[in-house]
Write a protein that binds this ligand. Structure first.
Ligand code: ZN
Length: 218
C-alpha cells in the first residue's frame, strides 16, 4: 500500500500521512533525521531537543528544531499535528481511544505554551485518517470508562444492539476548542471504511502501520 494524505498547513511545515513503509517514505521525501516514540497509549509528551534519545516511551513529541522529522505510527488511532506557524513550534500526537479519553492533546498544548511560548491563537490542529464513529464499536465496559470522564458522552455516542459507537474525533475537537484552538481541520476519512487505502487494525488485525511524518523546514 502506498496511499498518502496531507494538509496544506504552512510553507514552513512538511507533512505526510502514508500507508507505505517507512524506508520508502523517508527515501522518497529525502528525510535524513527522524524520531519515533515507543507508543504506549499514555499522556506522556516528550520534548525533542538536541539531547533527545530516540524511541522514548510516550505518545506525543514537540520540537522547534528544523529538518528533524517527527513520526507517529497508527492503524485506526488518531494522528494529530498541532502547529504554531508564527513561533514555529510543532507537536505530533498519537491519540488512541485511551489517549482521547485522557485528553493527550491538552497535555501537548500545555507544553507547547509552557516550554515554547506557543500561542493558542496561532496553533492550528489537523486530524488525519483514523477510525470513526461508523466503525469504532465498544462494549459496555469501555463505554463506562468514557462515561466516567466525559460528562456529555451521550452526545458523542450511538447505541445499537448492546454495542456503543463513539465519535472519538469530535471528543478531540472539543478538547482542542476548550484549550482555545479554533483553527481545526479533520479529514473525515475512516481508516476502517478505507482499508483499501490505509491500514486498519480493527479491519484485519494488521501489524502494518500508517506513518504521520511532520517536519519544520529550514
Ligand atoms: Zn468507518
Amino acid at each position: 500500500m502506498s496511499n498518502e494524505y496531507y494538509f496544506d498547513i504552512a510553507d514552513s511545515l512538511f507533512n505526510i500521512f502514508s500507508s507505505d513503509n517507512l524506508t520508502n517514505i523517508v527515501t522518497k521525501y529525502q528525510i535524513n533525521k527522524y524520531y519515533e516514540l515507543n507508543q504506549i497509549h499514555s499522556t506522556i509528551v516528550n520534548i525533542v531537543n538536541d539531547h533527545y534519545q530516540n524511541k522514548l516511551d510516550g505518545d506525543a513529541m514537540i520540537t522547534n528544531l528544523k529538518n528533524v522529522a517527527l513520526i507517529i505510527k497508527t492503524a485506526d488511532c488518531i494522528p494529530i499535528i498541532l502547529y504554531d506557524s508564527k513561533k514555529q513550534v510543532l507537536a505530533v500526537v498519537h491519540s488512541g481511544w485511551k489517549g482521547t479519553l485522557n485528553s493527550i492533546v491538552k497535555e501537548a498544548i500545555k507544553k507547547m505554551i509552557a516550554i515554547y511560548q506557543a500561542d493558542v491563537k496561532d496553533i492550528k490542529a489537523y486530524l488525519y485518517p483514523s477510525i470513526r464513529k461508523c466503525h469504532f464499536e465498544v462494549d459496555e465496559d469501555v463505554y463506562r470508562e468514557f462515561k466516567d470522564k466525559i460528562k456529555d458522552i451521550a452526545t458523542y455516542t450511538s447505541k445499537k444492539n448492546d454495542k456503543y459507537y463513539i465519535d472519538l474525533q469530535n471528543i478531540v475537537v472539543n478538547d482542542l476548542q476548550n484549550s482555545g484552538i479554533t483553527n481545526i481541520k479533520d479529514t473525515n476519512i475512516c481508516t476502517y471504511c478505507h482499508h483499501d487505502k490505509f491500514h486498519s487494525y480493527r479491519y484485519n488485525h494488521t501489524n502494518q502501520r500508517n506513518y504521520l511524518i511532520a517536519m519544520i523546514k529550514e
